[in-house]
Design a protein. Structure first.
Length: 95
């Protein structure tokens, strides 16, 4: 199952890494890869999270087809931040 984890400015780093770790543990428990994870970012480069931690995306959204993912997870943010127009538009293209 292909899982995209959306990293965006001011998201919680624990939401990105915690979800990735949870799926990695699930894979370890069953002894095979059920969940293949990719961290997605608007530009594919570094993303500064709320805590100041920098997450580096594995792939930019522009190279990732919205319909090619089984799950796209948008982690929480703190306050009134949101993924922004580019990630939101990308998510809106999903079937």
């Amino acid at each position: 199952m292909r899982v995209g984890i959306l990293a965006y400015e001011n998201c919680l780093a624990s939401g990105v890494y915690g979800f990735a770790d949870t799926l990695a543990v699930a894979n370890a428990v069953v002894g095979r890869e059920v969940f293949g994870t990719t961290i997605l970012g608007a530009g594919g480069g570094p993303v500064r999270c709320f805590s100041g931690t920098v997450v580096t995306a594995d792939a930019p959204l522009v190279d990732s087809e919205a319909d090619g993912w089984d799950i796209v997870y948008a982690p929480p943010s703190f306050g009134l931040t949101a993924p922004g127009p580019e990630p939101a538009a990308w998510l809106g293209r999903a079937p």
